[in-house]
Design a protein around this ligand. Sequence first.
Ligand code: NAP
Length: 298
Amino acid sequence: MALRLPPPDGTAMLPAGTFAGQTVMVTGGGTGLGKGMAKEFARLGAKLAIVSRKPEHLEAGVSAIRGIGGEAEAFACDIRDADRVTAVFDEIEQALGPVSVLINNAAGNFPVPAEQMSPNAWRTVVDIVLNGTFNCSHEFGARRLAAGEGGAILNIGATYAWTGGPGTSHSAAAKAGVTNLTQSLAVEWAGDDIRVNCIAPGRFPHHDLPAHMTKHREDESADDTIPGGRVGLVRELGWAATYLCSPYAAYITGHTLVVDAANWLRRSLVMPEFVPIREQFGTDASKAAVKKARGDRK
Ligand code: NAP
């Protein structure tokens, strides 16, 4: 048994035109979950600003939106660069109008045991996930406050913000920062009608993920490692995202919504044997690093 499948792709959850006339900026909107969420906003009438670095991703995001009859433009930007973020908000404003909904979805991640993680690897992931989210939120907030207009920010977090993420300590620490930033900004801007929420997705495989990040490549896969018995479908995240940014969620701010079929809450009555993360990686490099860390040269 598994959790039932949701309504089919393309089903509308909110009234048509819920985001009509609004400009929604999605960082990392050309791939995976960002592209999926962008499509749901487009279906509800939003104009989409797809923001990321690589031309092929920007192109994919824009074509996905136009393919369902929506309006979208691409904007090249590395969100680590605060000056470029400011310039991109100007460009979007000129092309599509002021951004009223910001989806901080872009991220970088790669599994590596902590003792093998270079300072540069740490810095890169924290810079994209945490600093990039702040750069975009700061620019968005400053503009909405100056204009006297409300708006909505949705951050994409992860449940290892609360549990830690052995093997992905850089991303887990950065996502913990994003979850915390969600709460700070929600309080700072609530009186100005700017809401800030977060979604912590569970396992949502998609075709844009590199092979090492998932065993599943297809939608609707059964997964007996998840209490709900199946992986998440990208449209399920799209519905959650559009709801949280819509007027129907006008009293919800500072909240992190977990969409994961109870995966992060799982506990076993009889605990399985503990396998250290470096053994789970099991590479020669891991073993060499562990030996070095222990001072064991044999
Ligand atoms: P993805 O396909 O790898 O997408 C990441 C996106 O971020 C790419 O479009 C990439 O585009 C963009 N990006 C990376 N660095 C950037 C930078 N410096 N500036 C601007 N854009 C940048 O990942 P995903 O699986 O869709 O995940 C989307 C979000 O959900 C992430 O925040 C992730 O942590 C979270 N999440 C995903 C899952 C899952 O199961 N998929 C689970 C939990 C949480 P460019 O390369 O073109 O810049």
